[in-house]
Design a protein around this ligand. Structure first.
Ligand code: SF4
Length: 145
């Protein structure tokens, strides 16, 4: 069944108001993970924007990755991405996730996560700041339309 423009606008509005994200560390040092989790604390409280952390890829709209892709995690990253329902978006959080960062050149490092899955938003920093993560999610929500 074809959706009308009005229906599409309502669905996109709902998506912008309640983005659920899944977090996956593909092989980083844990620094970016701590910054990402801090956005859930009462101090920053992203739930006030309707942003919720989800633990199942099947219920997530956004995949937020930290760390570089390693030989060990590349298949898992691809599988998690494929399990997410469309439409779906990916945020690369931290320099390692964007480019491989300080791990570049390691024997098992493939590079940034865009070597394996498409990325919509890149958030640099080592580690990336929690405010930058919130800004990245908002930038993505503006792109959703
Ligand atoms: S960007 Fe820095 S803090 Fe984040 S995973 Fe890489 S080394 Fe760790």
């Amino acid at each position: 069944m074809k959706m009308t423009d009005c229906q599409k606008r309502i669905i996109n509005w709902a998506r912008r108001k309640s983005p659920w994200f899944l977090h996956f560390n593909t092989g980083g040092c844990n620094g970016c993970d701590i910054e990402l989790l801090s956005v859930l604390t009462p101090h920053l409280d992203v739930e006030r924007f309707g942003i919720l952390k989800e633990s199942s890829p099947r219920h997530a709209d956004i995949l937020i990755c930290t760390g570089p892709v390693t030989a060990q995690t590349q298949a898992r990253l691809k599988r998690i991405y494929e399990q997410m329902p469309a439409p779906k978006w990916v945020i690369s959080a931290g320099s390692c996730s964007c480019t491989g960062g300080v791990f570049t050149g390691g024997y098992n490092i493939l590079g940034g996560i865009d070597k394996v899955i498409p990325v919509d938003i890149y958030i640099p920093g080592c580690p990336c700041k929690p405010e930058a993560i919130i800004d990245g999610i908002h930038t993505l929500l503006e792109k959703i339309g």
